[in-house]
Write a new protein. Structure first.
Length: 232
């Protein structure tokens, strides 16, 4: 890290040897690989942990032939036979949005659990009928999902549930199927009389695929995706 980087904080890399179009290409390459970057005062600014990614992106751009009026030469996929620098973990969808990150999904789910879980726990402790508990759970998840594509947690963290193919708000039937799988941990826990232990085990099976595919079993069953609200 340079003295200037140490003084300012973060990693500040001078870009005076690059043209404006090359700087934009470097930014696009890094953002496609989920590397946080900004351009300030002629410097590319990022965290020290991403130094190698930045160096690789700049080297990649400098290795490209200078386009001579051929539009194809402006396509990073076609230049000099070099493939993409970074395989994005969340490729852009046709509408420009990306699937929500694991952490954003975790945050939205945690909010829903707090908002809904506390009153449901009180109802269960008060020996409320199982159908009443499940009905409240159904209304909380299905109605806003089928109408707007979000629950309260998803609204707060700016994510949306969409149909996998149309990328539109899921139909009521799909929202219902999604809820059936989503509510399985609660239903099994209530039916077995061990709401905490049984629910935890089944919930683990439902949500675990999000770690590697960003889609849980409820997403797969309903053919839905959870995406960011806005395109980048």
């Amino acid at each position: 890290m340079s003295d200037e980087s140490a003084e300012r904080g973060g990693l500040w890399i001078p870009l005076d040897h690059l043209r404006d179009d090359q700087i934009e290409l470097v930014r696009a390459l890094l953002r496609a690989g989920d590397v946080p970057v900004a351009v300030i005062d002629g410097h590319l600014v990022t965290g020290p942990a991403f130094a190698e990614d930045v160096d690789a992106a700049i080297d990649w751009v400098l290795a490209v032939r200078d386009p001579a009026g051929d539009d194809e030469e402006h396509d990073p996929e076609l230049r000099t036979g070099r493939g993409p620098l970074v395989d994005p973990s969340r490729p852009p969808l046709p509408d420009g949005r990306r699937q929500a990150t694991r952490w954003r999904r975790l945050a939205g789910g945690a909010i829903d659990e707090i908002v809904l879980g506390v009153p449901l726990a009180l109802a269960i402790n008060a020996d409320a009928a199982i159908w009443v508990v499940l009905a409240v759970h159904f209304v909380y998840y299905v109605l806003p999902t089928a109408t707007y594509g979000w629950t309260l947690g998803k609204l707060i963290v700016s994510t949306r549930v969409v149909d996998r193919h149309s990328l539109r708000t899921p139909l009521p039937l799909a929202a219902g199927v999604r809820w059936c799988v989503l509510a399985a941990p609660l239903a099994i826990g209530l039916a077995t009389g061990h709401p905490t232990d049984a629910r935890a085990l089944v919930a683990l099976a439902v949500y675990m695929p999000i770690l590697w595919d960003l889609r849980g079993l409820h997403d797969r069953a309903a053919r839905t995706l959870v995406v960011e609200r806005f395109a980048h």
